[in-house]
Design a protein around this ligand. Structure first.
Ligand code: FMN
Length: 183
């Protein structure tokens, strides 16, 4: 029997007005789609209109929809931007809003910032460990100075393609492996 194709969500970590994350997410999706090895989709936290965790009775439809979306996915690519040497508040809030839907899945991280978003990515790795998400080693890092014009217009250097490929290879291998223990 043919195996169902993997479903990988490319999660936009920022919800800021004027954010650049959609440009980065669409670039990753284009490269991913060219592989033809999985179903890739952009998952935009902003669309779920999540309240700040614990400040409401939790009945907002976006909370259930967020959990359902995550539950439908086998793996993730986080588009993580550096805010005060960590991830954005929106991404942390969205991470906190689910538990089981994250468990036993794999993830890659594509980060950006003045130093490639490296500090945000390392914080994210710690959080993912608690959520039983296996984060892969290869980590494309984009520079606000070298991969964006005026910090706004995304013009990635070609050298990142190889890293995106290697990261997606690892996410797909681990997502396939982890699927077997979720059954
Ligand atoms: C509140 C705030 C804090 C920031 N802190 C950092 C930082 O510590 N390091 C860094 O490299 N960039 C920092 N930046 C710059 C962001 O990485 C940059 O604005 C990036 O475009 C944000 O991603 P977004 O456009 O997708 O929201 C910060 C930006 C904001 C708004």
């Amino acid at each position: 029997m043919a195996q169902e194709s993997l479903k990988i969500g490319i999660i936009l970590g920022s919800t800021r007005q004027g954010r650049v994350s959609p440009q980065v997410g669409e670039w990753v999706k284009k490269l991913a789609d060219e592989r033809g090895d999985a179903t890739y989709e952009i998952v935009d936290i902003a669309e779920y209109e999540l309240p700040f965790l614990g400040t409401t009775d939790g009945t907002e439809p976006g909370i259930a929809a967020w959990n359902e979306k995550l539950a439908s996915l086998d793996g993730f690519v986080f588009i993580a931007q550096e805010y005060n040497h960590s991830i954005s508040g929106s991404l942390k809030n969205a991470l906190d809003f689910a538990r089981d839907a994250w468990y036993n899945k794999a993830a890659g991280i594509v980060s950006y910032g003045s130093t490639g978003g490296a500090r945000a990515a390392e914080h994210l790795r710690g959080i993912l460990g608690e959520l039983k998400v296996a984060d892969v080693r290869t980590h494309p890092t984009l520079s606000l100075f070298l991969d964006f014009e005026n910090g706004q217009d995304f013009k990635p250097q070609d050298l990142h393609h190889a890293n995106i490929t290697a990261m997606l290879d690892e996410v797909n291998e681990w997502s396939t492996a982890l699927k077997t223990i979720r059954k």
